[in-house]
Ligand binder design. Structure first.
Ligand code: PGA
Length: 241
């Protein structure tokens, strides 16, 4: 199966015009583009080969939930994938494991493919809590969908590696992949899982990760906004199908 590259634009760019330009330059197969909600339809109108993803969703489908967006609305805008439980939401918006679990369940209900983000902070790593944190986030996040025979992407993103220019090592990631696969077996998961890495991936370090068959893709933040970077990363991913 080919590797997957996910471009997480976060709160960028500022205008629809820039979003369309960025999308045009990123329109490649095996890429999932995740713009802010505001630009989903603009980007959907531009991309032909890339797939569309959202950066979040709410767990209810309609009702009195000011400021939220539902899976049904995302589907209607052409979205296929949705990032859930990104550390920036956990940290800045108080998103809990329970909320993440509800969102994963809602994504499946609405026919979206979830991208579940997990990973430890610097402090947790310093206290040797990496596996414990990842295990807790996965057990909780997947608790409502373990019996589903459906596709999900798990992105291991150590918080200390996000946006710092300081990625984890491929060796640690390979160990993490083994740990996650073993955990999923232990908890009886029926899900079809692809495990990818995120955190300071750029075109000049992507190959170190993607050359390993166990690392099935990359979640790219900052570098996905730099002209030419995402294309190079997708080309590297293609080499290691
Ligand atoms: P980064 O972000 O590539 O800028 O480190 C990754 C992410 O947060 O998904």
């Amino acid at each position: 199966m080919s590797k997957i590259v996910i471009a997480n634009w976060k709160l960028n760019p500022a205008t629809a015009k820039e979003a369309k330009q960025l999308a045009k330059g990123s329109d490649m197969a095996d890429l999932i583009v995740c713009p802010p909600f505001q630009f989903l339809e603009d980007v959907a109108g531009v991309i032909k080969k890339a797939k569309l993803g959202a950066q979040d969703l709410f767990w209810e489908d309609k009702g009195a939930f000011t400021g939220e967006i539902s899976g049904t609305q995302l589907r209607d805008a052409g979205v296929e994938y949705v990032i859930i439980g990104h550390s920036e939401r956990r940290k800045n918006l108080g998103e809990t494991d329970e909320m993440v679990a509800k969102k994963i369940f809602a994504a499946f209900n609405d026919g979206l493919k979830p991208i579940l983000c997990v990973g430890e902070s610097q402090e947790e790593r310093d206290r040797n809590k990496t596996n414990e944190v990842v295990e807790r986030e996965l057990r909780a996040g997947l608790s409502r969908v373990l019996a589903e025979k459906r596709d999900i992407i798990i992105a291991y993103e150590p918080v200390w590696a996000i946006g710092t220019g300081n990625p984890d090592t491929p060796e640690n990631m390979l160990e993490m992949v083994r740990f996650i696969k073993d955990l999923l077996k232990r908890i009886g998961s029926q899900l079809t899982v692809r495990i990818i890495y995120g955190g300071s991936i750029k075109s000049d370090n992507a190959e170190r990760f993607l050359q390993h068959k166990e690392i099935e893709g990359a979640l790219v933040g900052g570098a996905s906004l730099t002209r030419g970077e995402i294309q190079k990363i997708v080309e590297i991913a293609k080499k290691y199908k």
